[in-house]
Ligand binder design. Structure first.
Ligand SMILES: C[S@@+](CC[C@H](N)C(=O)[O-])C[C@H]1O[C@@H](n2cnc3c(N)ncnc32)[C@H](O)[C@@H]1O
Length: 253
């Protein structure tokens, strides 16, 4: 893995050590996003599209797209999240890969990339990922993004601790606490993971994670520079907070 964001997937407990808690912690319904993608694919005459889920996480959205008739390939830098996605979507090819420098070759009708591009904090990584998406899309292929929007993201970075406690399948309890702070265009998130095992033993991991949300103009200019056209930045779908954008664009024709 060459990019910083890809390397971080092996360090951040949320993506690695506690990957098994991901689905218990992130419970947003998948249907609104998947419906928005599926509607646009069908409107383009693609009822069984080849879709690359770039940064698929545990494969929740991929599974719902497969259930709607699409053929989804799974790509993620995190081995542990990708393994969960592979179990959920057993007929899908899995690629442990870096969206900034993918080894994957091929052409897809569509790429869906949800909640991933905020993890790319440098200009170089952002341009590299969008450039690789342009290469991996077939003629007139469709790109679907979900990204954090900078103005609302700043409002949400309230410096307060937010806690969730979840019970895991092995009988452990994980308490996840996070505190988002705004620092010069970045969201710096202090994270604490406290795991209590069935026998009462426990462990604590602290991590500081950094995200960079997107300005609307930045999305349009970077996508246009990468060769995309008809870029639309719409209000996010299926999110409980107003700090997300649903972005659509067409690849090279
Ligand atoms: C917030 S999660 C979103 C997962 C999934 N798309 C969803 O909506 O539930 C971000 C995902 O991006 C992956 N990721 C981050 N940087 C990456 C990179 N450079 N290449 C591939 N995957 C990456 C992480 O491993 C993680 O699965």
């Amino acid at each position: 893995m060459t990019s910083r964001s890809a390397r971080i997937t092996t360090e951040r407990p949320f993506y690695d050590l506690h990957a098994d808690a991901y689905d218990a912690l992130i419970t947003d319904p998948v249907e609104p996003w998947v419906d928005a993608v599926d509607d646009r694919l069908r409107a383009a005459g693609l009822s069984s599209a080849t879709v690359l889920d770039a940064g698929c996480g545990t494969g929740r959205h991929a599974r719902a797209l497969i259930d709607r008739g699409h053929r989804v390939s799974l790509l993620d830098a995190s081995a542990r999240l990708l393994a969960i996605a592979g179990q959920r979507c057993p007929d899908s090819p899995t690629h442990r890969d870096d969206i900034c420098a993918p080894k994957l070759r091929g052409r897809f009708d569509a790429i869906a990339c949800r909640g991933v591009l905020n993890d790319l904090v440098s200009d170089e990584e952002r341009d590299a990922a969008l450039g690789s998406f342009a290469t991996l899309l077939g003629d007139d292929g469709l790109l679907f993004l979900d990204v954090r929007e900078a103005v609302e993201a700043r409002r949400r970075a309230d410096g307060q601790w937010h806690r969730s406690e979840v019970a895991l399948n092995g009988g452990e309890t994980l308490t996840f606490a996070s505190r988002p702070l705004w620092r010069t265009g970045r969201i710096v998130v202090e994270e604490r993971y406290e795991l209590v095992n069935r026998d009462g033993s426990s462990s604590v991991h602290d991590y500081v994670f950094e995200m960079r949300p997107w300005e609307r103009d930045e999305i349009t200019s970077r996508l246009t520079a990468a060769g995309f056209s008809e870029v639309a930045t719409l209000q996010g779908v299926g999110r409980r907070t107003p700090d997300r954008l649903f972005v659509t664009a067409y690849g090279l024709s």
